[in-house]
Design a protein around this ligand. Structure first.
Ligand code: GCU
Length: 138
């Protein structure tokens, strides 16, 4: 079933820039986190009902070193230091799926770098249909 995509370049960015200098991104670019602890991207996502939902982050990490991030929902960390490991290069994107608790309606989902390297390059997040705003198929 469908998921709802939220592009990182359209999200709220603290200590990062929208970039297009690598291939394979979706939308109009991706977020290049500043190489600093605490840099973040915050998405406003919508859920039709409270509950746990699968959130998929699409990222690239062209270094040899993990770029862990804390995932918070509405200000509370729900997953600490989630691993965003190396990909083959900066043009190679992969996904990480996490279960996150959402409230009904609007939610602030933030991915914050936990090391001085900053986060990986972040293309988008996708929210599984179970708790998103997809209209039912008729
Ligand atoms: C390189 C790369 C960027 C990346 C950065 C980093 O500069 O081109 O896309 O964000 O490394 O280490 O974070």
């Amino acid at each position: 079933s469908a998921a709802t995509d939220y592009q990182a370049e359209d999200a709220a960015i603290s200590q990062g820039t929208v970039a297009t200098n690598h291939t394979g991104y979706t939308g109009t670019g991706f977020v290049d986190y500043t190489n600093i602890k605490g840099s973040y991207v915050e998405f406003t996502v919508s859920a039709t009902a409270a509950g746990t939902s699968a959130l998929t982050l699409r990222f690239a990490n062209g270094t040899a070193v993990d770029r862990p991030m804390d995932i918070s929902v509405n200000g509370a960390v729900v997953q600490s230091a989630v691993s965003f490991p190396a990909t083959a290069d900066w043009n190679t994107w992969t996904t990480k799926t996490l279960n996150v608790p959402l409230t009904a309606g609007s939610n602030k989902v933030r991915a914050t770098a936990t090391t001085a390297d900053g986060g990986p390059n972040l293309d988008r997040v996708s929210l599984a249909a179970a708790a998103d705003t997809q209209a039912p198929t008729r």
